[in-house]
Design a protein around this ligand. Structure first.
Ligand code: IVH
Length: 681
């Protein structure tokens, strides 16, 4: 292929991918791959300048706006920024050297001062304030013209609708530029919600944010958890042109923060290239712990007069540069799909990948969550996929490059049996997950169950980690939890990497764990939906393990925060003879805990009665009211149903009160509740 033909091919590819990325919010290749193609085109154009045409993807900033939003011409163009992909020192040094040369500095001139910032991975937005009031929000679009997304941006809590006056004089016209992004935890819960509703999940936080901003229905945009950081300015006009305005980028950030704009605190005034290198390294180490994605850092000449002096080359300022980090998304091949078994028997399909360096580590596994997700993404063995790893989130297959699929690739099917123990695998109605029904007979579940039992918040058996548990279960030494307490020194010491000393330590830790508490023991059993808090509530309510084990579902429902799902799960667990046998044997091994008086056994006056609290009370806090009712034996529930006996309503009570009235449930105010409690004494 000639250079000319390759350039043509790259134009087509890059136009297509830029359109998918900017306009459709549905990229089909990772950014790193796009960058690679873009770099290839840049290199070809550098070698053959005659092939660089005005319609080349290298000659414009982004995609054309969607036709649906009205288009707005930017008062000041929204520029792009030059990207360095060099190593940390050469990137910063090359930038510093260029700046010094263009400013006409010699070696004897002082260091240039920079402001180093994070490069947020979201989408750029221009917010226009007139006389302190937000009047318009626009996307970058092609840099000259953007889309009017004011309605959507107004729904963002972090975007001030009105700038707060401060010691800095507020300009009459103030355009604040910054990045709309989605935090990783918000992104995870949004996708979890989408999954539960069998809706399409988002590829990454940036695309979820972009999709929300360009959502035509602002009520949907309002439900998407978006965040914003301000980092720059568009048009700025003061009522009095003689007003002293900030003189540096750093001072502008301070002014923006003082007016109520969210400004990221991770920035640094750096002297010369060495300060920039330091910032780059510091942030690289911090990157995984940040609650949002960044794709690099940005260096800006701090003084605005120097920025003006440096000016622009085509669409990029000479005074700023972006320095990228390794990509968090990469292409790789699916070598196989395995099914892993969790503690509660959940079967998770996991893609085995050709090793790929992504997000700073080598990744060989990526979760596919469940069968539904695997099918929705249609991941097949042999496929080329995009994997993503950001922060400490488990690596995930984002999507498949369908056009690169080998002809013989077969779809994934969840096995009918557990791959570890062979028990039936079932999917309950309304649930996305398949589960192994083998319970503690399944060695994979047993390993997880032992680890759960031994963890700090449960029986706290020090030294019983996953390597040891693997060996104990695989060697057949531990079948059920009580087997732990039957381990002898000889058997333990024979295991891999187990000296007499460490074997003794494990035995000692086991011995110590025998004196425990009822909540820890109950939590340690690993009953589905019974977390630490529920275990505490159960122990407090029933007082003894026997009372819990023999409680009916109705009795269990009387416990605070125990709903039908938890009650059902407890009953199912204790209805299985082998689970009761495990409990009996653990007790026989010497496990003990103090047992208290059953709260339920005392005949409290409001036992069996359910209350719902709503609104604000004149004297009591919500927690105080709850505590008073619970002390009288009542259950305080979160929502009104036909099972509710009383609703206690304060001021600004909303839908719960409406529902109570509709169902004919007796409503009390605070005084009415206090009178009721007093009458019981
Ligand atoms: S300054 C004239 N600062 O990176 C300089 N941009 O091409 C204009 N970005 O999509 C950009 N973090 O949205 C600047 N701290 C930061 C940034 C940042 C992220 C994005 C920006 C634009 C791209 C620049």
């Amino acid at each position: 292929m000639s250079a000319e033909e390759r350039v043509q091919a790259l134009h087509l590819l890059l136009h297509e991918h830029a359109h998918r990325y900017y306009v459709l919010d549905a990229p089909s290749i990772p950014d790193a791959e796009y960058d690679r193609l873009f770099q290839e085109l840049l290199a070809l154009e550098a070698a053959h300048p005659e092939l660089r045409t005005t319609d080349s993807p290298t000659q414009r900033v982004g995609g054309k706006p969607l036709p649906f939003f009205s288009q707005v011409r930017h008062a000041v163009p929204m520029l792009s920024i030059r990207t360095e992909t060099d190593t940390e020192s050469t990137g910063a040094e090359a930038f510093d050297a260029r700046v010094r040369r263009e400013l006409g500095f010699s070696d004897t001139d002082p260091q240039v001062e920079y402001l180093a910032e994070l490069k947020f991975d979201g989408l750029a937005i221009n917010l226009r304030y007139e006389h302190g009031v937000l009047v318009q929000a626009t996307t970058r679009g092609d840099g000259e013209t953007g889309e009017d997304v004011t309605q959507n941006l107004r729904t963002l809590g972090q975007v001030p609708l009105r700038a707060t006056p401060s010691a800095y004089v507020l300009p009459d016209v103030l355009e604040v530029r910054g990045e709309v992004y989605m935090r990783r935890d918000d992104f995870e819960s949004l996708n979890e919600r989408q999954r539960q509703h069998a809706d399409k999940t988002f590829v990454n936080p940036r695309n979820a944010a972009a999709g929300a901003v360009r959502q035509l229905d602002p009520t949907i945009a309002a439900q998407r958890p978006l965040s914003f950081f301000a980092y720059g300015l568009g048009e700025v006009r003061y009522a009095d042109p003689a007003t002293l305005s900030p003189l540096t980028q750093h001072d502008w950030l301070r002014a923006l923060a003082s007016w109520g704009f969210p400004v990221c605190t991770h920035h640094l005034v750096a002297s010369g290239a060495s300060g920039l290198v330091h910032f780059h390294q510091h942030i690289a180490a911090l990157r995984d712990q940040l609650p949002y994605d960044i794709d690099g850092v940005v260096y800006k000449v701090n003084r605005l007069d120097l920025q003006r002096q440096l000016g622009f080359v085509t669409r990029e300022p000479r005074w700023a540069v972006a320095h990228k980090y390794p990509a968090q998304e990469q292409l790789t091949q699916v070598l196989g799909i395995e099914v892993q078994v969790g503690r509660t028997g959940k079967l998770t399909p996991v893609a085995k990948l050709a090793p790929v360096f992504v997000g700073g580590v080598t990744v060989t596994n990526a979760t596919l969550h469940n069968e539904l997700e695997a099918h929705r993404k249609d991941v097949r063995v042999g496929d080329t996929v995009i994997v993503r790893r950001a922060g400490d989130v488990i690596p995930e297959v984002v999507s498949v490059l369908a056009e690169q699929r080998p002809p013989q690739a077969t779809t994934f099917a969840m096995p009918a049996c557990c791959p570890v123990c062979g028990s039936a695998a079932v999917r309950e109605e309304g649930e996305a997950d398949h589960r192994c029904t083998g319970g503690l007979f399944c060695s994979a579940q047993r390993k997880q169950a032992v680890l759960h039992f031994a963890q700090r918040r449960a029986l706290d058996i020090e030294g019983l980690g996953d390597k040891l548990v693997d060996q104990l279960v695989d060697a057949g030494l531990v079948h059920t939890l009580p087997d732990l307490y039957r381990l002898g020194l000889t058997a333990l010491a024979q295991l891999d990497r187990m000296a007499d000393k460490s074997a003794l330590n494990v035995l000692q830790a086991l011995e110590q764990s025998k004196h425990t508490t009822l909540p820890r023991f109950l939590f340690g059993l690993g009953i589905r939906h019974v977390g630490e808090a529920t275990a505490k509530d159960l122990a407090q309510h029933f007082g003894t393990l026997d009372a819990i084990m023999s409680a009916t579902a109705e009795q269990l429902l009387e416990v605070n925060d125990v709903g039908p799902v938890v009650a059902h799960s407890l009953r199912t667990f204790f209805d299985q003879p082998h689970n009761c046998e495990v409990v009996a044997q653990l007790r026989a091994c010497g496990l003990t805990w103090p047992e208290g008086p059953a709260l339920a056994a005392q005949s409290l006056p409001l036992k069996g009665k359910t209350f719902v609290l709503t609104g604000t009370f004149p004297t009591l806090s919500r927690d105080e009211a709850k505590a008073l009712l619970e002390a009288a034996g009542a259950k305080v529930a979160g929502s009104v149903s036909t099972k509710t006996h009383w609703v206690v309503a304060g001021s600004e009570a909303g839908s719960k009160l409406d529902k109570a009235l509709a169902l004919g449930i007796e409503v009390l105010d605070e005084q009415g509740m206090l009178n009721l409690l007093a009458s019981l004494k």
